[in-house]
Design a binder for this molecule. Structure first.
Ligand code: FAD
Length: 474
């Protein structure tokens, strides 16, 4: 008889295309999830991510119970809890997906050492990525620092392996002691913020079924128009798969093959975004400081001018720039922001407002349902000009022009900033320029909606001066 195994769910909360599950299910299996905030430290899951995790674990728990192997929930020191569980159940191995963040990697090596000492093994599988970040290197044998050659190399390597089916019914292994009820993980927002996530559920359906539904909707409808509609924040022009990918409710291999099947060559612009995710994770693996420290040394001395009032205006969507405020409010209400708007909002914070990108990174980690240290860190560094593959440092997004280009009628702004709904389209992205009678007719007082906290020309000039001085230090 095959020895029992523990199936350690981490960021692969699904049954399909899960090689750890297939390996564990050869014999009796005990699925487990451990919440270990202490190990994660500064990168512990933020509020919106925890909301997602709660609902995703509920869905996974139901799916596993229906297959005969209920999910055990634990909280605390992951390494000790798992090593102890392996010993008490007599499991020969723990099967899990490998991850790229520094703290889960540290967990992997400690747990592996503990298990080996008792004659057991930790077997790690590729369940969250297309490629191992250390398996793809440049011609010179070094990690990639620039996206384009990285993507070329991956695309030239051919298609990723096809997804694998989940095993039929599982043989559940009884835990030595009952686990925690889901509520004891304490993942949902608490008073006084209990209502914060009230609207999340209208936008999202966490869990594997929700992920597959979203993928099917996108491949059936959104994919052909993706190149033209992905930049329009007022429509569902992109896949909306980011939180599902973040939690591994669907694998990148499943997404890749579904897109290829539906779109063939037409799928490539979308697949290139999946490769941005792989690239960001490659960067985090090789440069773990990406979530905290400028990758280009001179940018560590960029003259940011921390100001709590400016940061608060940005958090609350009251910067006076409609496209940015719409994005920040969308983020607060549904835990997600459109990619184009993320770029404009993050650029405004770092450049016009001269606030440290790390503050923006932290806010996104707390409020995004797709909060991902690799994608978030790489994107903030790209915007700030401090990454290895960055937007040219002198690029300062113009928040007015970006709004007018990508939301010409102001549909997105009107939805998320209702104070501006009555404004005529020609002023919806520059309400401070509207004649007084138009502002009055729209009920737009200074108290209802602020003027820009920093004028565009002034903010841009200040940012460019700081950026030039910093770049000269290279
Ligand atoms: P689609 O356009 O449908 O793309 C498909 C998938 O590709 C996404 O789900 C995502 O997994 C991946 N992807 C797309 N764009 C990027 C990118 N630029 N970098 C890395 N992966 C990408 N994405 C996150 O998943 N988590 C984050 O914490 C995050 N923080 C960001 C912070 C800033 C400042 C910026 C500018 C971007 C950030 N992004 C982040 C990238 C991007 O905005 C989101 O992945 C995208 O908006 C998700 O929507 P979608 O699933 O509809 O994307």
């Amino acid at each position: 008889m095959t020895a029992p195994a523990i199936l350690w769910f981490r960021q692969d909360l699904r049954l399909a295309d899960n090689p750890a599950l297939v390996a564990a299910a050869k014999g009796p299996v005990l699925p487990v999830f451990v919440l270990d905030d202490a190990a994660a430290g500064r990168l512990a899951f933020g509020g919106a991510a925890r909301w997602w995790l709660h609902h995703s674990l509920a869905a996974l728990g139901r799916d596993l119970a229906a297959r005969g192997a209920p999910l055990l929930l634990l909280r605390g020191d992951g390494v000790s809890l798992l090593a102890d569980l392996a010993e008490r159940t007599g499991a020969a191995s723990i099967e899990a997906g490998w991850l790229v963040e520094p703290w889960p990697r540290a967990q992997e090596s400690s747990l592996s050492a503990r298990l080996l000492a008792g004659g057991r093994r930790l077997n790690l599988h590729a369940s969250t990525h297309l490629l191992r970040p250390d398996a793809i290197l440049s011609g010179a044998g070094r990690p990639y620092t620039v996206y384009a050659p990285f993507a070329r190399k991956v695309l030239a390597g051919g298609e990723p392996p096809a997804p694998i089916e989940p095993p039929a019914p599982l043989r559940g292994l009884a835990p030595p002691a009952p686990g925690l009820p889901l509520a004891a993980l304490d993942l949902l927002p608490r008073p006084p913020q209990s209502d914060w996530a009230a609207e999340f559920g209208t936008a999202w359906r966490p869990g594997e079924a929700g992920a597959l539904e979203r993928l099917a909707r996108f491949t059936a409808g959104g994919l052909p128009n993706y190149p033209t509609r992905r930049n329009d924040p007022s429509v569902e022009g992109s896949s909306g798969l980011s939180p599902h990918l973040r939690w591994g409710e669907v694998s990148p291999r499943q997404v890749w093959h579904a897109a290829r099947e539906a779109g063939g060559e037409e799928a490539v612009p979308f697949l290139r975004e999946i490769l941005w995710r792989e690239f960001s994770h490659h960067l985090l693996w090789h440069r773990p400081e990406i979530t905290q420290t400028a990758l280009r040394a001179p940018f560590a001395r960029f003259p940011f001018a921390p100001d709590r009032n400016l940061l608060a205006a940005w958090h609350r969507g009251r910067t006076g720039y409609p496209i940015v405020d719409a994005g920040m409010r969308q983020l607060w209400r549904i835990g997600w922001m459109h990619n184009r708007v993320r770029m404009v909002a993050s650029s405004l914070l770092v450049k016009h407002l001269l606030q440290p990108w790390q503050d923006g990174f932290d806010w996104f980690m707390d409020t995004l349902v797709d909060a991902d240290p690799a994608n978030n860190g790489a994107s903030w560094q790209w915007i700030a000009g401090s990454g290895t593959d960055s937007s040219p440092y002198f690029r300062v997004f113009n928040p007015i022009a970006q709004g007018e280009k990508f939301d010409p009628e102001g549909a997105y702004v009107r939805r998320w900033v209702p104070e501006l709904a009555p404004m005529p389209s020609r002023f919806v992205h520059r309400p401070w320029e509207a004649p007084e009678e138009i502002r009055r007719a729209a009920g737009l007082t200074e108290a209802a909606y602020p003027r820009p906290v920093v004028g565009h020309a002034e903010g841009r000039a200040r940012a460019l001066a700081a950026l030039r001085a910093t770049a000269r230090g290279e």
